[in-house]
Write a protein that binds this ligand. Structure first.
Ligand SMILES: [Zn+2]
Length: 388
């Protein structure tokens, strides 16, 4: 019977394999009583549309630590195509161990990476649209609160300059970012709210929300004349008033500039979709609060499959059997899957494995800092934009 107040699995539920589909545990006794349950399973992406920014691995490392399992994986924050250069699915994660130790967690392992990778992939696409301007992750309110730290972490790795959630901030080891809500302006009056932000918030991020009641242009001028040293004015114009949001931004920019307020930047938020960013950026928006479109980044359909039993390559139809490695040529970027232990040359050099061994017999060999992961992701994104 369900006893919790909220419909979320606890850490204990996940660690005990209770946040899993029932069909594995139902069949477990049959497998356990038989011999030769040592196996290799790999995780590949079923769809092959474009690239993904792979995230969610840290939770899998924490889940499998201490289990009699080896794990290799592509590092988080890697932007990779789900297929090698010959169109074959690449394993993002390779697990070696006993069936009972691995399959009990299949559901949770996939859930960790499917959703997180969906969010970080969308965040990177937003990052590329915004560049060189920045965006903040404002989307946790659109999703279940139980997963808010995961959403903000994935968004940050994908390229968000900051996150709005208190727990998300803790998850990435940064202060959460926020401006002011409309509610403060409603309760205190706009001017009093502006003064409070001006007097109490750290210079560099002082942002006045100016469109609670009045017209964007008139209120932007008012705020700027009253507090000329603030950093941002924020437009969160309601969709029913928006007409042409880019035109509003362009006009506000002009009115601020001719009054000598070139230092005050414009931040925009409110249901902004990736396709709109370029137009708003060109109109003069310098910072974006992006919520729903990132938080609801399309989940990626990773699947886990047995590819080898003992030493024998064996997989269901539709899947490539055998334990594998993923090799990449550092010169031309060609990737290829090979049987584990095999080598290939490209451009007269040995191709290098992009799989890293993270767990050996339950011992965690490697953990990465969040900014190392984000740095990798940003570097790849900039490479795709031909910036480096
Ligand atoms: Zn090459």
């Amino acid at each position: 019977m369900w006893k919790n107040r909220f419909f979320i699995a606890t850490e204990a539920d996940i660690l005990e394999g209770r946040a899993s589909d029932v069909y594995f545990s139902r069949n477990m006794d049959l497998v356990r009583n038989d011999k030769g349950e040592r196996m290799v399973a790999e995780i590949t992406l079923s769809s092959s549309e474009g690239w993904v920014n792979f995230t969610g691995l840290e939770e899998i490392i924490n889940l499998l630590e201490g289990k009699d399992i080896h794990m290799w994986a592509i590092p988080e924050g890697s932007i990779v195509s789900p297929r090698d250069s010959q169109g074959r699915p690449i394993p993002f994660i390779v697990l070696e161990g006993n069936y009972s130790d691995i399959m009990v967690y299949e559901t949770s392992i996939l859930g960790f990476i499917c959703q997180s990778t969906g969010i970080s992939t969308e965040a990177t696409k937003v990052y590329m649209e915004c560049y060189p301007k920045t965006f903040m992750s404002f989307g946790i309110r659109r999703m279940h609160p139980g997963i808010s730290p995961m959403i903000d972490r994935a968004a940050y790795i994908g390229g968000a300059a900051g996150v709005s959630g208190i727990l998300g901030g803790e998850a990435i080891g940064k202060d959460a970012v926020g401006t002011m809500p409309h509610s403060v302006a409603i309760l205190m009056g706009e001017e009093k709210a502006w003064k409070y932000i001006h007097d109490h918030f750290t210079a560099g991020s002082r942002t006045l929300l100016i469109d609670t009641f009045g017209d964007e242009k008139i209120k932007a001028i008012e705020a700027a004349e009253m507090f000329p040293d603030i950093d941002f004015i924020r437009l969160d114009t309601h969709s029913s008033r928006r007409g042409n949001f880019a035109a509003i931004i362009r006009e506000v920019r002009w009115e601020l500039d001719i009054r000598g307020h070139q230092n005050i930047k414009i931040m925009v938020s409110g249901g902004i979709r990736r396709e709109q960013i370029k137009e708003l950026k060109d109109a003069g928006a310098e910072s974006f609060g992006i919520g729903t479109s990132i938080a609801s980044g399309k989940t990626q359909d990773f699947a886990m499959d047995i590819v080898q039993v003992g030493e024998i390559p064996l997989a269901k139809k539709g899947k490539y059997s055998g334990k594998k490695d993923v090799l990449k040529c550092e010169v031309c970027g060609t990737t290829t899957i090979v049987r584990y232990g095999e080598t290939r040359k490209c451009h007269e050099r040995n191709m290098e494995s992009i799989l890293v061994k993270y767990i050996e017999n339950g011992t965690v060999l490697k953990r990465e800092k969040i900014d190392e992961i984000r740095g990798r992701s940003i570097k790849s994104a900039q490479k795709m934009m031909s910036l480096d």
